[in-house]
Design a protein around this ligand. Sequence first.
Ligand code: ATP
Ligand code: MG
Length: 363
Amino acid sequence: MSTTLDTTTSDDLDVPAARRRSAELERSVRERPGRFRALTGDRPTGRLHLGHYFGSLHNRVRLQNLGVDMMVLVADYQVLTDRDVADRLAEHVEDLVLDYLAVGIDPARATIFTHSAIPALNQLLLPFLSLVSVAELGRNPTVKDEIAHSRQSAVSGLMCTYPVHQAADILFCKAGLVPVGQDQLPHLEVARTVARRFNNRYGTPGSPVFPEPEALLSEAPLLLGTDGGKMSKSRGNSIALAATADETARLIRGAKTDADRHIAYDPVARPEVSSLVLLAALCLGRDPHEVAGEIGGRGAAALKATVTEAVNDYFAPIRARRAELARDRAHVRGVLRDGNERAAVIADATLKEVRAAMNALYY
Ligand code: ATP
Ligand code: MG
């Protein structure tokens, strides 16, 4: 579905500029990682997939290992943006935590939490909503795309306002870095706008309450799914991190390609083929042009065989670790409990600061 791509890469979203800024940020982080706090999260709507891994998770683990203070959010309230009922929520939350632990997020260094358990975080939504206009909310290209794919017949208030809730997710802990995929760039703009307007309206000059958070894009900010649209948990087009080797082979065999037998890496003209090439290249740690060059005239079947082998080899140890961790559900729940406690302390302090800035502390 090419419309998925079109909406998120529209002109008002300057992806090349975001990539350049990411590269600069990367240099600052490497120089002084201890100065940075990062926040990212995922909706507990299903198992994490290869798009998550190469779009964000890989970066989170790398930043954590460099010494960045990492906050990882399970965005459980946001499940309700595009459906009436959050099905099998507890199971999906556990699955998400298992995926995090399996890829190397370390709960001793990172804070893994669910936002529904942090009242002070959610309370920030109210003053933040007062800082954005309804017209601004309506223009968000990612929200428009998600409405197009929504399972609901009517658009809920939560769907329109969740980018502001996401601003609360980021700003409650004053995260400066947000390692995300490209679909999140419009939301980052909302968080930056909220921070700036709050500081202007309530802050004292020279000592802003909130930093303006910045997106850190990866090498694969938009991995495509097997149907050629953005790979998404809820669109039936994803390959889960935890998939078996056989499932992976079957899904990749069914992936959309194009009629040109000669394999080349050209993300603009040939998005589906290029996304497969990129997937193999990322797993192999190689340049995508080189990978495509080696397959050349051998066609889509050869490309798919290369991708399948590369994915299965790369994820075998992660999948084994995940299966091992899944035996101890009590540990998973303990990780969340600890993370929620740590996040609540941070949120309480920020809310107090916000209320003080708004002259809303009365006793
Ligand atoms: P859902 O379909 O339920 O919305 P999703 O697959 O879009 O699920 P999210 O939980 O919305 O996943 O996104 C979590 C994070 O993963 C975000 O930072 C997002 O940018 C990133 N991400 C999701 N899909 C991709 C993708 N296909 N390529 C790169 N990054 C992605
Ligand atoms: Mg999504």
